[in-house]
Design a protein around this ligand. Structure first.
Ligand SMILES: Cc1cc2nc3c(=O)[nH]c(=O)nc-3n(C[C@H](O)[C@H](O)[C@H](O)COP(=O)(O)OP(=O)(O)OC[C@H]3O[C@@H](n4cnc5c(N)ncnc54)[C@H](O)[C@@H]3O)c2cc1C
Ligand code: SF4
Length: 437
């Protein structure tokens, strides 16, 4: 596997260009270095934003990167993928003065890029040796963060991931123009350099959990969500149908041919990512069909706006009923009364079926929450298909198990998974220290 896939370098140029040194310094000097900075409070991992920016302004780039990494070991990927408008930059005090917020994400990226270019070197913490072994199931952001934090406190940690490459959705799911798998793997390498052990192994049976329980004092679940939900309509198993997660993982790690006219079903960020990618991979036309309207679409507004610039066409109030050999049959919908969550239900309108000609269909209607591994075993409570935890500690109803990331929150952002992993690591440390007495 050659990563990044060479043709992707051209097809997926970066969405936001990196700062050059002069622009980074100018932007860093615009920061007011607020006391009790709202940007740090709005960051789920509470990076000391004014501090890392001040270090950029004074030319201490190594110190800046280490300030970021002290709070967030995935500072590189977060700098590229965080929805900063609704997080740190959204809270910037500059908004109060009707000025552009400080470009925190791009400054963070500037510091992190220099850190990795110069050969990643964490400021050495005297690594203590602590008694206690932790297994992290899943090798995505939640587990990587939990593992790094525990390792920094001297615990022995092993990460078990079922895929050929670790990194979870950072490696296989996030749009190529935001984060390349090779950058995700650089971060995995950093965690590895702390002494965390990685094994490619699926923990899929009661027996494998029994074995882990014998060998490890605590088990952290960072297993993310399941495969994409099925549409549940005839024709879904046709060869021209590929779900969005498989489609994205495929083009990020191998060459992939797309159809000339591609239909994407869904209205979330994953649908948008798949639609944009299909355009970049050469589809002449990409059509997104969503059963509600633009107003109800769950995708972030800026992702939607960007997708229109990519040439993706959006169609509202329609849902598929059957996939044929070279077409999708859809039915028009109308919005009914709101359901328990306040969302208006989309109801098919009888007699409005129509066919749309296409040669590839990408369903993107959400990831499943099927937790086969946990159902009915270990006394771990589930809630709406997610692992139920005590929020401040990540502890599950079985005190040997902690959990964080998408498998707990039902699918949010990378930075939320990192924050969960860190919080759980602190709670696990307290638990192991208490056991040791
Ligand atoms: C298409 C897409 C685009 C996204 N874009 C963004 C974005 O732009 N910005 C952003 O912040 N977030 C984005 N996200 C969300 C983000 O990727 C997730 O919130 C984050 O990756 C969650 O991390 P996690 O560690 O909980 O789970 P994951 O990243 O899903 O990692 C879980 C890992 O556990 C492995 N695993 C599961 N079960 C087992 C088992 N039994 N044994 C061993 N291994 C197992 C899985 O294979 C996987 O590698 C996106 C998500 C998707 C789907
Ligand atoms: S990790 Fe994300 S939310 Fe936090 S400061 Fe960095 S870019 Fe902002």
């Amino acid at each position: 596997m050659t990563l990044p896939v060479p043709s992707n370098l051209e097809r997926f140029p970066e969405l936001h260009p990196a700062f050059d040194t002069q622009s980074a310094l100018a932007e860093a000097n615009r920061c007011l270095y607020c006391y009790d900075a709202p940007c740090s409070a709005a960051c789920p991992t509470h990076i000391d934003v004014p501090r890392f920016i001040k270090k950029i302004a004074s030319g201490n780039l190594h110190g800046s990167a280490n300030t970021i990494l002290d709070s967030n070991i995935l500072g590189l990927s977060c700098s590229r993928v965080c929805p900063v408008d609704v997080l740190c930059e959204g809270a910037c005090v500059m908004h109060r003065y009707n000025k552009q917020p400080i470009e925190i994400g791009r400054l963070q990226r500037y510091a992190m890029d220099r850190f990795y270019e110069r050969g990643p070197r964490l400021t050495p913490h005297a690594l203590p040796v602590a008694t206690g072994k932790v297994a992290c199931i899943g090798g995505g952001p939640a587990s990587l963060s939990c593992a790094a934090e525990l390792r920094r406190r001297g615990y022995h940690v092993t990460v078990f991931d079922n895929r050929p490459l670790p990194g979870g959705l950072n490696t296989y799911g996030i749009a190529e123009y935001k984060l390349r798998p090779s950058d995700s793997l650089r971060e995995v390498g950093l965690v590895q350099s702390l002494g965390v052990e990685f094994r490619q192994q699926e923990i899929a049976s009661t027996q494998s959990l029994d074995e882990l329980e014998k060998e490890y004092d605590v088990i952290f679940l960072g297993i993310g969500l399941g495969a994409m939900e099925a549409l549940g309509i005839p024709g879904e198993d046709r060869p021209e149908v590929i779900d969005a997660l498989r489609f994205i993982a495929h083009y990020k790690t191998r060459d992939l041919e797309v159809g000339r006219v591609v239909v994407v079903i869904g209205g979330g960020n994953t649908a948008i990512d798949a639609a944009n990618a299909a355009r970049r991979l050469g589809a002449d036309e990409v059509h997104v069909f969503y059963r509600r309207t633009e107003k109800e679409m769950p995708a972030f507004l800026y992702e939607y706006e960007n997708s229109k610039l990519e040439g993706v066409q959006f169609h509202w109030l329609a849902q598929p009923v059957e996939i044929l050999e070279r077409a999708v049959r859809l039915v028009s919908t109308r919005l009914g009364a709101p359901d328990a969550s306040g969302r208006r239900k989309a109801e098919p309108v009888p007699g409005t079926e129509f066919a749309f000609v296409c040669d590839m269909v990408i369903p993107a209607v959400g990831q499943s929450r099927f937790m086969k591994l946990l159902e009915g075993s270990r006394g771990i409570d589930l809630e709406h298909g997610c692992v139920a935890v005590d929020r401040p500690t990540g502890r599950t109803s079985n005190p040997k198990y902690y959990a964080g990331g998408d498998c707990v929150n039902g699918g949010r952002e990378v930075v939320d998974a990192v924050a969960d992993g860190k919080r759980a690591a602190l709670a696990i440390t307290r638990r192991l220290e208490a056991v040791r007495g």
